[in-house]
Design a protein around this ligand. Structure first.
Ligand code: KE4
Length: 426
């Protein structure tokens, strides 16, 4: 009997490229066909064939309170009845901007957009407009959305599908982006020396999570900060994943390094399409209509997305969500490490707060080269065996898992048992 997911997938492939509206959903890194979701609530999702899963993808980060949290749904419902989109300033935009600036003091002014891609793309244009320079440094395996300048040695789906350098990006564009191995500060210094006064900015995920999850070496981030000051370049932290998740003030709060600009997304939209970028007022004031750097968007700051983002972030603070995420994450890590210790294969487990990744490779893993040593076949076996047992991990080795405040210790303990069983069978 053909499942409903399977017949839907056959249908969707006729009208949607690859049958999906974002490549990583197609399960190409793990094989097999994606399931179609019927509904989601809390830590659970149900597919169209009625199968239930504990969800560790959480819509790739936005579902930090779990799916369909009532505070967010109620906020969207009440705002929707007063209008869906105005294209006119509305009070909720000011409220969310104020909250973002309060929680991330490096951000003095912030502009709302509709995706992380749009936020990162706008940041680059602003950095180039502010410095009058053209070149950008990024790091191999970091993913900042699919704007042309950033699809150079990119992570996430670009890496999962073997196109870190996408077709269609003009060589002239890609040539302005210098991709370096993460954690190599000497190469950053050498690059500045070889491109004197030509580098507008360094953009990075302060905690790379789009080639699996790994961490900056001691002093790497402070050294990047110093190099940017010395060479008149801007430091851009892409906190689309880490912002308001790894701490209330994101990775920049944890590491105590203030970027000039920050890219945000995911959590700040409460599940609706929102991105944002912000930073020093001196830089942000170069944006139209005050300044010469143009950037715009019909749906930017729309009331539904603002209401969803505000409700989510305010609830996260009300329940001290970061403590719950750390407690659940610590429980998950303890069980995962116990399961890995009894496995016959080499696995390197990384976690920070509610974000985790199990590389099917020996450690240490500190950059893309390390992540690419992973045994993708084994990972795929692990992914499908877990999925068959009702645990939905990210369908790619080059992604990160997410725990929400809606997960319970019982969910985590069940997941640990299943991980132990599955790893024993591999
Ligand atoms: P979006 O344009 O997908 O909203 O954001 C792009 C982006 C920017 N920066 C970081 C650090 C990101 O992780 C992302 C998007 N993350 C991927 C998951 N690894 C989105 C999932 C997808 O492409 O479907």
């Amino acid at each position: 009997m053909v499942s409903r997911s399977s017949s839907l997938f056959a249908q969707s492939q006729k009208r949607i490229p690859g049958g999906v509206n974002s490549p990583v959903r197609a399960f190409r890194n793990v094989g097999g066909e994606p399931f179609f979701v019927q509904r989601a609530a809390g830590p659970k999702i149900w597919d169209v064939d009625g199968r239930e899963y504990i969800d560790y993808v959480g819509s790739w980060g936005p579902a930090i309170l779990g799916h369909a949290p009532s505070v967010v749904v109620d906020a969207v419902r009440s705002v929707a009845e007063r209008g869906l989109s105005f294209g006119i300033p509305n009070p909720l935009e000011v409220e969310l901007a104020e909250l973002i600036c309060r929680w991330m003091p490096s951000i003095e002014k912030v502009r709302m957009v509709n995706s992380g891609t749009e936020a990162a793309m706008s940041c680059l244009r602003l950095a180039r407009g502010f410095t009058g320079r053209d070149k950008i440094i990024k790091f191999e395996g970091c993913y900042h959305g699919h704007a042309d300048s950033l699809l150079v040695q990119a992570g996430s789906g670009a890496l999962s599908h073997g196109q870190p350098d996408s077709a269609g990006v003009p060589k002239a564009f890609a040539g302005l982006t210098i991709a370096l191995p993460f954690n190599d500060i000497e190469l950053v210094r050498k690059t500045f020396a070889e491109n004197n006064n030509q580098i507008a900015a360094i953009i990075l995920e302060p905690i790379p999570a789009n080639a699996g999850l790994y961490f900056p070496k001691e002093n790497f981030l402070p050294a990047l900060r110093d190099e940017c000051v010395e060479h008149g370049a801007l430091l851009i932290f892409d906190e689309v994943m880490t912002g308001f998740r790894v701490a209330r003030g994101g990775a920049q709060e944890i590491f105590g390094v203030k970027p000039d600009l920050t890219v945000l997304g995911k959590v700040i939209g409460g599940g609706l399409p929102v991105g944002a970028f912000g930073g020093r007022a001196e830089i942000m004031d170069r944006l139209s209509p005050d300044g010469p750097v143009y950037q715009a968007g019909t749906l930017s700051g729309n009331p539904l997305a603002m209401a969803a983002g505000l409700a989510q972030l305010q609830e996260l603070e009300r329940i001290d969500g970061w403590k719950r995420l750390e407690d659940l994450g610590a429980q998950f890590e303890q069980l995962a490490r116990a399961a890995i210790a009894n496995a016959k294969i080499e696995i390197t487990f990384h976690r920070i707060g509610s974000m985790f990744c199990a590389f099917f490779a020996s450690g240490p893993i500190v950059d893309l080269a390390g992540a690419k040593r992973s045994d993708l076949k084994r990972f795929a076996e692990f992914f499908h065996a877990s999925l068959d047992r009702g645990i939905y991990f990210a369908p790619s080795q080059f992604e990160t898992g997410f725990i929400s405040t809606a997960h319970t210790p019982e969910d985590i303990s069940r997941t640990g048992d299943i991980m132990a069983d599955v790893l024993r069978s591999l």
